[in-house]
Design a protein around this ligand. Structure first.
Ligand code: ADP
Length: 320
């Protein structure tokens, strides 16, 4: 059983990425699983080359520091030739109508005067990511479910037209993970590429900065310490973050603290402690570029080996 997940280097890894995804990859992942830094997807909107390269390295270091199995991790662009080849074959398996129907494309392209063609075709690259690695399951949120459906359709169509090559992947709902919201605006999720990062806690933020961001978190003036996501979203978010760090239930935590200020102190302390070892291990890896390069190269070799026979068969059967 192979499960595949990715993180895009469009910003620094934030607390939501960690509590909602990376921590689970580290604790529940198996050696068969595949985790990658999707830097090729980071090029679908205007990007800075140096920043993309350094964020890719940083995200790789964070995943390893968090304890994700090194043999399961690779950087997407280390397989750019393989993925480029398969993406072309799959683009010639996909119709324009299918690509243009993607809700994410329509949302991201809306109102833009100029859109990179890669923004339209990136779901096909995502299908290549999934099919090349032979993933059985792809845990995704609602926003990515349509893309996994496209990968399924392309796998079936290719297999039916040219011969059985690809595993048909299943989209799965990830086990109820923490949904961390922006501390300054709890109506939106915490995101690494947010324009205003005042409410975004980054995994590599120094402890004082984490404390400051948590202390400034938006709550309410009701003065009621209870877990009420609908009416008190800011407070509920803090309780959920504390719950994710302590393993206790948010409602139980609401009963155990005396004031909003006390809750913020508890959240700041728990987050700082949760992130401390990961921050230290990330720094150590970034300070040892040769070691990081060695792990990265080994991950790429393994990802290439895992996919080689499928790519060769897909090229041969489609007439190349
Ligand atoms: P971002 O939205 O920060 O750019 P990605 O789209 O690269 O993050 O997602 C990487 C992983 O992190 C995905 O599994 C996604 O579900 C998870 N994730 C992202 N933001 C949050 C959040 N605020 N809370 C929980 N999980 C999140």
């Amino acid at each position: 059983m192979t499960r595949l997940s990715a993180i895009t280097p469009s910003g620094h890894v934030q607390l939501g990425n960690y509590l909602g995804a990376v921590r689970r990859w580290a604790t529940q992942g198996t050696e068969q699983d595949v985790y990658f830094i999707s830097d090729l997807h980071g090029m679908t909107t205007p990007h800075n080359p140096q920043r993309l390269r350094s964020l890719t390295r940083e995200q790789l270091a964070v995943l390893l520091a968090a304890g994700v199995e090194p043999r399961s991790v690779f950087v997407q662009s280390d397989l750019v030739r393989e993925l480029g080849a398969l993406t072309w074959v799959l683009e010639c398996t996909c119709t324009y109508g299918e690509a243009a129907r993607m809700i994410q494309f329509r949302e991201k392209a809306a109102g833009q005067s100029s859109v990179r063609l890669g923004l339209l075709t990136y779901p096909v690259l995502m299908a290549a990511d999934i099919l090349l690695q032979g993933a059985d399951e792809v845990p995704v949120g609602e926003d990515q479910a349509q893309h996994v459906e496209l990968a399924r359709a392309l796998a079936r169509r290719f297999n039916g037209t040219y011969g059985e090559v690809f595993v048909v992947p299943n989209p799965v709902t990830p086990p109820s993970a923490a949904r961390v919201r922006d501390l300054s605006d709890p109506s939106r999720k915490m995101a690494k590429s947010a324009e205003d990062s005042a409410g975004v806690v980054f995994v590599l933020d120094p402890p004082e900065l984490v404390e400051r961001k948590v202390r400034r978190a938006v709550t309410d003036n009701l003065g009621q310490l209870r877990y009420a996501p609908q009416t008190q979203p800011g407070l509920a978010n803090l309780l959920e973050i504390l719950a994710a760090c302590t393993g206790k239930a948010p409602a139980e935590l609401a009963d155990s603290v005396g004031s909003y200020a006390e809750l913020k102190n508890a959240v700041a302390e728990a987050v700082v402690e949760e992130l401390r070892p990961i921050r230290a291990a990330t720094m150590a890896l970034l300070d040892d570029p040769a070691e990081l390069d060695r792990i990265r190269a080994a991950g790429a070799v393994r990802a290439r080996e895992r996919s080689q026979h499928r790519l060769a068969a897909a090229l041969r059967l489609s007439g190349i």
